[in-house]
Design a protein around this ligand. Structure first.
Ligand code: BDR
Ligand code: CA
Length: 335
């Protein structure tokens, strides 16, 4: 691992999107994660994106158990040392996660990159951090959910009026046509905590779902390894470590010659919505089906019942989204 680096000096030559120039006031975001390699990649991008002010990073159990998710969030933020230190939230440990037959994230969730363990803000529950941030900045915060929806559902259960102060909500999860990655019908994030997902989806909050079919359009090939930041930089060292693991694991486990980084695409959906196609739907989440628990159910009837409650991203400009991911990672290595 590289040693301490000089303090951050923004590199004005880094462009974040070929199409959108950075706004003057960064957008406040809470990044809710269950790291997870793709969560860690998304977090790395977000922490150094000048268009974003990451006010909090909140952990939730999912890809890894809650304690490991909290440890990974703390270790990643401490190691990456972003220009602005976000508040950090610890994952609730009273959640029963479903057994997983395989994981592409490695036993530590981060592909074995072996970050130094730290304990930055132990004790602050994700739920409390989220509630406090949303109350402190009413209607200003975009909540980016890259893991199971446990944390946000709990905040909404405890204080239903909090829904009114959520600025925007982007959820990486669900499927358009019911081909899941956790079960034949459900994506992992909705499957882990279907009741939480249902609660959040039913809320009258503006929200965007980024389903697997859309994140799956962005398949990164081996050639991206040549385009990642240099190993000598902090971000470069862990991104290279994690992605090398991801290529190996996704080939061995899934038989895939490329990798999907679902959550990185989810983050780009928040920063560059113009790269995605969307449609407004009435959606719900199945919570009891023996074969369908966690399935996103979209009402496609001609005369649908219930009000539209979400936008679903149905496709994207995959090359442009990949470009955003690579630029985001490059920026993380230079600031
Ligand atoms: C989700 O599955 C997880 O493994 C990823 O981190 C992502 O959030 C997509 O279904
Ligand atoms: Ca995730």
């Amino acid at each position: 691992m590289p040693g301490p680096r000089p303090k951050h000096t923004p590199d004005p030559s880094i462009e974040f999107s070929p199409r959108v120039s950075p706004p003057t006031t960064p957008r406040k975001v809470i990044i809710d994660v269950d790291p997870g390699v793709d969560d860690a990649i998304a977090l790395t991008m977000a922490l150094f994106d000048p268009r974003l002010e990451v006010v909090a990073v909140t952990a939730v159990g999912g890809n890894v158990p809650p304690e490991q998710a909290t440890a990974n969030v703390q270790a990643l933020v401490a190691y990456l040392d972003p220009p602005r230190l976000p508040r950090l939230g610890a994952a609730p440990d009273d959640v029963a996660l479903p057994a997983r037959p395989y994981s592409v994230h490695g036993s530590d969730g981060l592909g074995g990159v072996d970050l130094p363990r730290v304990n930055l803000h132990a004790g602050h529950a994700s739920e409390k951090v989220i509630w406090e941030c949303l109350r402190a900045h009413p209607r200003e915060i975009t909540f980016v959910a890259l893991g199971p929806l446990t944390n946000l559902a709990r905040v909404l259960q405890r204080d239903p009026s909090i829904a009114e102060v959520i600025g925007d909500l982007v959820i990486c999860g669900g499927t358009l046509h019911g081909c899941g990655n956790a079960t034949p019908t459900a994506d992992f994030n909705l499957y882990c905590d279907p009741a939480a997902a249902r609660h959040v989806i039913r809320e009258p909050v503006t929200k965007t779902l980024v389903p697997l079919e859309t994140t799956g359009q962005v398949l990164l090939g081996f050639d991206v390894l040549d385009q990642l930041p240099a190993e000598e930089s902090r971000a470069g060292a862990i991104v290279r470590g994690m992605l090398t693991h991801a290529f190996r694991a996704q080939r061995q486990i899934l038989g895939s010659e490329g990798i999907h980084l679902h959550d990185a695409v989810g983050l780009v959906a928040a920063t560059n919505p113009e790269l995605f196609e969307r449609t407004t739907v009435t959606a719900d989440v199945e919570v009891t089906g023996e074969l369908t628990s966690g399935m996103l159910v979209i009402d496609r009837r001609q005369i649908r019942r219930g009000r539209p409650n979400a936008d679903v991203l149905t496709g994207c400009d995959a090359a442009a989204v990949q470009d955003c991911v690579l630029r985001g990672l490059a920026a993380a290595a230079t600031t």
